[in-house]
Design a protein around this ligand. Structure first.
Ligand code: UT7
Length: 334
């Protein structure tokens, strides 16, 4: 009899998923009227066609709340069943209280402890990995993991190299026991702080507190070295994707669905090509939302599920990359 050397799922995984994006959006032609750019450049270089934008009264916790309520309903639990709330975000409502605490109040999760994690676009997968370990340790049953962003609030709308790329949105998952044969098989987290300058928001923290000068110099906006980041992104995503597969005894051809961070269609395509996975198994929605940072993977998962592309028993891989630099991957049976 042939022994199966492949690692088994932990029985802890995603019980419910939900997403929310604000109604308003900007098309590439809208941006053509704001900066020196073109629909052709944006489409060819990034794949993005539109990006959603929060209303002036909406902050990150408002988007997170909507996604959270959908995930909780999808899991068939009540907000009071939650033990922990983890929010991954680079655009919190404010320094403190944490966005997770604001969500805890908004949804009435009175039993839950709450905290944010700062891992930029990898925030949701960092949160998913933490949540899996918490549940596996036996102390907690239901953990809400949210990726939520209002990146349009920290974009310099006169900088064409960044303002065309990002959008607002939120996605959430309830992590808990999902039964034998299901759930997370392996997770991998990584970082390289030496390349942190490639993507940052320089001012407003303790290094460079807000002053009239920092505002005048536009230092409260996203600064990015896109080209260097692009190369680092492909390398890190390929390594992260390969790592959890190798660790678990699987090959990329075994995957039913690959959901990567949606930053740029060329990064997604290059990653998929290098790990050698067939095209129809790769989820892409960057054209619709732009780069929503920590929200991109849970939005994609919720959408894939709704479209019937994410079904019971599927082998799914999630891969993220972001500022920090940070990267992460998760292999699971849905
Ligand atoms: O979420 C994780 C973090 N983010 C990422 O992973 C993003 C990674 N980087 C990228 O996606 C790509 O590098 C970009 C989409 C940002 C840029 O694409 P690129 O092919 O790397 O272009 P580039 O930065 O090398 O710029 C090429 C040219 C430049 O003009 P010159 O110097 O060749 O004359 C830019 O000034 O394109 C110009 N350019 C634009 N032109 C029209 C830059 N932005 C725009 C624009 N419209 N919006």
């Amino acid at each position: 009899m042939r022994r199966d050397h492949r690692k088994k799922p932990s029985g802890v995984g995603i019980k419910g998923i939900g997403a929310y994006v604000p109604e308003a959006f900007l098309t590439n032609s809208d941006l053509e009227r704001m900066v020196d750019t073109s629909d052709q450049w944006i489409t060819e270089r990034t794949g993005i066609k539109k990006r959603h934008k929060a209303n002036p009264e909406q902050a990150t916790s408002d988007l997170a709340r909507e996604a959270a309520l959908k995930a909780i309903a999808d899991a068939g639990i009540k907000p009071t069943d939650l033990d922990i709330i983890i929010v991954g975000t680079a655009t919190p409502d404010m320094f403190f209280p944490s966005t997770a605490c604001l969500v805890q109040k908004e949804i009435g999760a009175t039993k839950a402890a709450a905290f944010d994690i700062s891992a930029a676009c990898s925030g949701f997968l960092y949160g998913l990995s933490i949540a899996e370990d918490f549940v596996r340790a036996g102390k907690y049953e239901n953990i809400l993991v949210v990726g939520a962003e209002t990146l349009t609030r920290i974009l310099d709308w006169s900088d064409r190299t960044t303002c065309v790329l990002f959008g607002d949105g939120a996605g959430a998952a309830v992590v808990g026991r999902v039964g034998d044969g299901h759930g997370i098989i392996s997770t991998f987290l990584g970082s390289d702080g030496s390349m942190g300058d490639l993507l940052k928001l320089p001012a407003g923290g303790s290094r460079m507190p807000a002053t009239e000068e920092t505002v005048r110099k536009r230092l409260h906006y996203v600064k990015m070295e896109g080209n260097k980041l692009f190369k680092a992104a492909v390398k890190a995503m390929v390594n992260a994707a390969t790592k959890v597969l190798d660790d678990s005894g699987y090959r990329s051809q075994d995957l039913d669905l690959l959901v990567t961070h949606q930053a740029n269609i060329r990064i997604i395509d290059a990653t998929a090509k290098r790990i050698d996975i067939s095209d129809e198994k790769v989820y892409r929605n960057v054209h619709e939302y732009g780069n929503t940072s920590a929200a991109s993977i849970p939005i994609a998962l919720a959408e894939a599920k709704q479209k019937g592309m994410l079904r019971d028993g599927m082998l799914v891989e999630l891969v993220a990359f972001g500022g920090g630099l940070t990267w992460a991957s998760v292999l699971m049976v849905w």
